[in-house]
Ligand binder design. Sequence first.
Ligand SMILES: Nc1ncnc2c1ncn2[C@@H]1O[C@H](COP(=O)(O)OP(=O)(O)OP(=O)(O)O)[C@@H](O)[C@H]1O
Ligand SMILES: [Mg+2]
Length: 235
Amino acid sequence: MLQIRDLNVNYGAITALHGVSIDVPKGSIVTLIGANGAGKSTTLRAISGIARTGGGSIRFDGEDITRLPPHRIVERGLCHVPEGRMIFANLTVRENLLLGAYRRNDKAAFPAELDYIFGIFPRLKERLGQSAGTLSGGEQQMLAIGRALMSKPRCLMLDEPSLGIAPLLVKTIFEKIVEVNRNLGITILLVEQNANLALEISHTGYVLETGRIILADTCANLREDPKVKECYLGG
Ligand SMILES: Nc1ncnc2c1ncn2[C@@H]1O[C@H](COP(=O)(O)OP(=O)(O)OP(=O)(O)O)[C@@H](O)[C@H]1O
Ligand SMILES: [Mg+2]
């Protein structure tokens, strides 16, 4: 579904990505793990058209999207939930959810989809009129995922959904990610520092180190890899 080849990204004189190649098969969950500054967010930003690429190609469902602007990429069904969630703090939960659908004109479908999202995240339904900035961190993460679902994605890219969230709720968020993948058939590219959980729920994984992919394998194999164990799974 998503095919990334030899991607380079430079920030001025700094090269953040050196020839990154990643394959995300339709219907799967693929995880990209790596330390702070490895280039994980940059990879997602390049795919969604926010960071300018300095070489390489990105194909989504067979189409070359390398030079498309971000809103055209969202329209094609590839949606990015950025690190730090970026919800609109002064708008209500309902308004944030509806903004996820701003490129769509099939408004008649929204109530049923909102109901479906409330089925996954009941907490959002209870907080519909609350301003999003006053939600807890975990609730904001649920809202960010819910808002992305309102864009009707075929592929969802999640940047550190567990960041700043209490361990108990992290498990819930990961369960929800699996649910979105299985029940809605949405393909997922998951960026995580919580390698333990990410490798548990994903099918294949990539390890990024200072802008380069150093390992790519099934998650079962990566969990047994001595280097992954030592550097990313706490020994
Ligand atoms: N806009 C920018 N201008 C200059 N350098 C940048 C910019 N954005 C990122 N970088 C640099 O690129 C490198 C990769 O950053 P990136 O945010 O992709 O890392 P990351 O793997 O997501 O890290 P983290 O786990 O901390 O979120 C870092 O060295 C960072 O300082
Ligand atoms: Mg990041």
